[in-house]
Design a protein around this ligand. Structure first.
Ligand SMILES: NC(=O)C1=CN([C@@H]2O[C@H](COP(=O)(O)OP(=O)(O)OC[C@H]3O[C@@H](n4cnc5c(N)ncnc54)[C@H](OP(=O)(O)O)[C@@H]3O)[C@@H](O)[C@H]2O)C=CC1
Ligand SMILES: O=C1O[C@H](COP(=O)(O)O)[C@@H](O)[C@H](O)[C@H]1O
Length: 510
């Protein structure tokens, strides 16, 4: 097990949703698993006026995200966790002199012996990231003379290629690239990491992982919820920025990448950057028209309950052109993937919450058995990222009886079968990695920029292109019907159920 040094975690934006909903519960899991270092304290910093006690109550003792879990624990144990939390009011603004913050950091460091090691977690609106980094540097809080300093940056990493570059350059003025940890919570998911293991710890997949055997790759990221309370943020973002540019292109990079020479962070990250740089950038209007689809959900009734349309959501413009559904077909220009289409879609208000990767293998070159030449019955490897995490291989078996009728059967593995193993939550895993100085599962500056290079022309076309279509779909269905037209040959997306174990084996279309 890697060593976690004593340290202080400073969270900017500590009064916000992310801190209470994700960060503190993840720290709590690490505390329960005894994975926090012996000397560890958290200093929340925000504009809100709060005492240490009020902060502890808000994020630990009275937090709705923790309360049910605290009930069975002994009081002194809970106290032990809660006592690690402190709060510093920044005096009304993030853009201020941090000398008082510095004094507080030094006092905590001396009292709790955190050895000068500090993680700064930026959990504020992104417009403040560079300001905070600058003020930390001005107060000498970035210096590594007396312990390491790391900076965790939350998404979004920019709004476009230009703004992402500006953010990277801005942060790199005050922190070096190895100090910067850009968090993408999809990389913290076990099943996303397992993509690497599936590919590079088995001999049976990698020889087939190329244009000679793979017909196409399909990735679906579906959420059943709408924009919920984040209409204001989402309307300025949209599905492509919110999910595709970051989480989905991270998944794509793990599928596309070449084998790294080892498992060291830079070895893996170098290959991911190469993969992202090999995505064919679409610039031609006709190409963008033919290969991209955007849509918005419309009012509907789901299970007897009326659901608002996107344009009626709080914080959303009544004539908004922001997409809640994006489907993109693209190619990867390298030796391995030449001419293999990738189909990737992401959307809100789908029939179910599911994220999966499907590798569709080619048909046998010569069909000798009855019914075996139909595309939808070819071999598939279904990698279920969430929920019901697992892997399922579809292969042909003989239907009992006369002749050689072929049907699909499933070979599968489910994470739920590892009942005794604690599967870490994404933020829990990523926080621990940063505490240990492991940046493998964090995005590097060039990685983020390569992803924006691919996405920027699509956004530009959707914004300024002529006659760009915006489809509608009723909340609760699998997007607009026209999206099927994107899938050549087969003509429809695989619309999965939430339960992989119930994925039909013997069936007509699966
Ligand atoms: N919430 C989530 O699930 C996710 C969030 N993120 C990202 O994490 C970051 C934090 O998210 P979240 O906690 O939801 O954000 P919040 O909107 O809750 O903001 C966090 C804190 O920042 C301060 N703040 C908010 N708006 C302003 C403003 N205009 N000017 C100055 N300070 C402001 C507030 O603290 P105070 O007023 O006390 O200073 C607030 O408590 C964001 O960058 C977001 O994009 C990423 C993925 C998921
Ligand atoms: O980053 C984001 O992710 C969530 C979906 O995350 P998941 O782990 O539940 O799949 C999404 O709802 C949100 O809009 C987006 O900002």
């Amino acid at each position: 097990m890697k060593k976690t040094s004593n340290q202080l975690l400073v969270i900017f934006g500590a009064s916000g949703d992310l801190t209470a909903r994700k960060l503190v519960p993840s720290l709590f899991n690490l505390y329960l698993a005894r994975q926090l270092p012996e000397n560890f304290v958290v200093l929340g910093a925000s504009r809100s006026d709060m005492t240490d006690k009020e902060f502890r109550n808000k994020v630990v003792l009275e937090s709705k995200y923790l309360k049910p879990r605290l009930e069975d624990l002994k009081e002194n144990y809970i106290q032990g966790f809660s006592d690690k939390f402190f709060y510093e009011d920044l005096g009304g603004a993030y853009d201020t002199d941090y000398s008082r913050l510095r004094k507080r950091v030094e006092d905590l460091n001396n009292k709790y012996k955190t050895e000068g090691n500090i993680i700064y977690y930026l959990s504020t609106p992104p417009t403040l990231y560079e300001t905070i980094a600058k003020n930390l540097a001005d107060a000498g809080l970035n210096t590594q003379n007396n312990g390491w300093k790391r900076l965790i940056v939350e998404k979004p990493f920019g709004y476009s290629l230009e703004t992402a570059k500006a953010l990277n350059t801005g942060l790199q003025k005050y922190f070096t690239e190895p100090q910067i940890y850009r968090i993408d919570h999809y990389l913290g998911k076990e099943t996303v990491q397992n993509l690497l293991v599936t590919r590079f710890a088995n001999t049976i997949f990698e020889p087939l992982w190329n244009r000679n055997y793979i017909h196409h790759v399909e990735i679906t990221n579906a959420e059943s919820v709408g924009v919920e309370k984040r209409g204001g943020y989402y309307d300025k973002s949209g599905a492509l920025r919110d999910m595709f540019q970051n989480h989905l292109l991270q998944i794509v990079s793990l599928i596309v990448m070449e084998p790294p020479i080892g498992d060291q962070p830079e070895e893996i990250r170098n290959e991911k950057v190469k993969a992202l740089k090999s995505l064919r950038i679409m610039t031609d209007a006709q190409e963008l028209h033919d290969n991209t689809i955007r849509a918005q959900y419309m009012a509907s009734t789901i299970n007897g309950e009326k659901v608002k349309g996107y344009r009626e959501e709080d914080g959303v413009d009544s004539d908004s052109t922001t997409e809640t559904y994006a489907a993109i077909k693209f190619f990867v220009d390298n030796w391995r993937w030449k001419d293999v289409p990738f189909y990737v879609r992401t959307a809100k208000r789908m029939p179910t919450k599911v994220t999966e990767v499907v590798i569709h293998f080619k048909s046998p070159h010569h069909h000798i058995f009855q019914d075996s030449g139909i595309n939808n019955k070819d071999n598939k490897l279904v990698i279920r990222i969430q929920p019901d995490e697992g892997i399922l291989m579809k292969f042909g078996v003989k239907v009992p009886g006369q002749g050689f009728k072929v049907e699909r059967a499933n070979l599968d593995f489910y994470y739920s079968s590892l009942a005794q193993t604690h599967v870490m939550e994404a933020y829990e895993r990523l926080l621990l990695d940063c505490m240990q100085g492991d940046a493998t599962l964090y995005a590097r500056a060039d990685e983020v920029e390569a992803a924006w290079e691919f996405v920027d022309p699509i956004l530009e076309y959707w914004k300024n292109g002529k006659d760009v279509r915006m489809y509608g779909y009723a909340a609760g269905v699998w997007g607009p019907e026209n999206a099927d037209e994107l899938i050549d040959g087969i003509g429809y997306w695989r619309n999965p159920g939430s339960n992989l174990a119930e994925d039909p084996g013997y069936c007509v279309i699966c």
